[in-house]
Design a binder for this molecule. Structure first.
Ligand SMILES: N[C@H](CCC[C@H](N)C(=O)O)C(=O)O
Length: 276
């Protein structure tokens, strides 16, 4: 079956986006792994699948799959690309869009300049929310990695994040330590590993070794988690400009119990068709 898709990115975190409202198709894990391959397939960090909502109060449902085929709860850069996609494909004319995800409902607002502001929901710090094996909720936890004891903040943005403070993201051992944190046994469903450099209370730099993908050029939920953890640790103050290798996101958080807001761009690169 021939299926139309759109290739998009949010600060270089790239996506294959498929509308399964106006067309039919089924992607198995093996298909996703093949299609995500940058030589044997289309090449992407995540696949986004747009579907009708199950809740009548919502406009859409969208499902998120990592390059390794694992389905995940939330994707910040993907949410912005989803919003631009449904407008570009004329699946809606709304500029404020409510969407169901596996991690919960999101509200997205598309500005005239094309940037998208997303209410990403409230961060959760309880270890069970990730899940992370620990006795209690703490601003930082000690994690034994490669014979060293690292101090990490743990945050759920619907999906799990471990945030490690570093002096310089340029020098951070992302490729060496990232996989060890991602697969650490205390994270039964694995975890995204963020390496956070605090430049000033309102400015940070971040690199993320993403669960199910590896290091990406940007991670929206990672930026939200890093800011929430940094504010909680008294190192950052809202709003924070977070600069990742692919560009800068603006993150706002009003403190415990409040949602995190993320604002940034979303671009379309090309459209194509695949045989499923
Ligand atoms: N790798 C993540 C999902 C994608 C998150 C990222 N691309 C973003 O923009 O938030 C996970 O397994 O939870």
């Amino acid at each position: 079956m021939l299926v139309h898709f759109t290739k998009m990115h949010g600060l270089g975190n790239d996506f294959m986006v498929i509308d399964l409202i106006s067309q039919r198709g089924r992607l198995r894990d093996a298909d996703i792994r093949r299609l995500s391959h940058r030589n044997f397939g289309i090449g992407f960090d995540q696949l986004l699948v747009v579907e009708p909502p199950r809740d009548p109060d919502m406009d859409f449902r969208y499902r998120i799959y990592n390059a390794d085929g694992s389905e995940v709860e939330n994707c910040g850069n993907g949410a912005r690309c989803f919003a631009r996609f449904v407008l570009n494909q004329r699946l809606t004319t709304k500029r404020e869009i409510r969407v169901e995800t596996a991690g919960g409902p999101l509200t997205l607002v598309v500005a005239d300049d094309g940037r998208v502001r997303v209410d990403m929901g409230a961060p959760r710090f309880a270890p069970a929310a990730l899940p992370f094996e620990a006795e209690t909720d703490l601003p930082v936890h000690a994690l034994e990695v490669g014979g060293e004891s690292l101090e990490i903040g743990v945050v759920s943005m619907g999906n799990p994040h471990a945030v490690l403070l570093v002096d310089s993201v340029d020098e951070a051992p992302v490729r060496e330590v990232g996989p060890l944190i991602e697969a650490h046994p205390r994270f039964p469903r694995r975890v995204n590993a963020g390496f956070l450099e605090v430049v000033s209370p309102h400015e940070a730099r971040l690199r993320v070794f993403e669960r199910g993908v590896g290091e990406t050029l940007a991670c929206g939920t990672g930026a939200c988690a890093a800011v929430a953890s940094g504010i909680r640790r008294g190192l950052l103050a809202s709003p924070v400009d977070v600069t990742l290798p692919g560009g800068t996101l603006s993150i706002e958080w009003g403190g415990e119990g409040h949602p995190v807001f993320m604002t940034g761009p979303a671009e379309t690169v090309f459209e194509g068709r695949i045989i499923l």
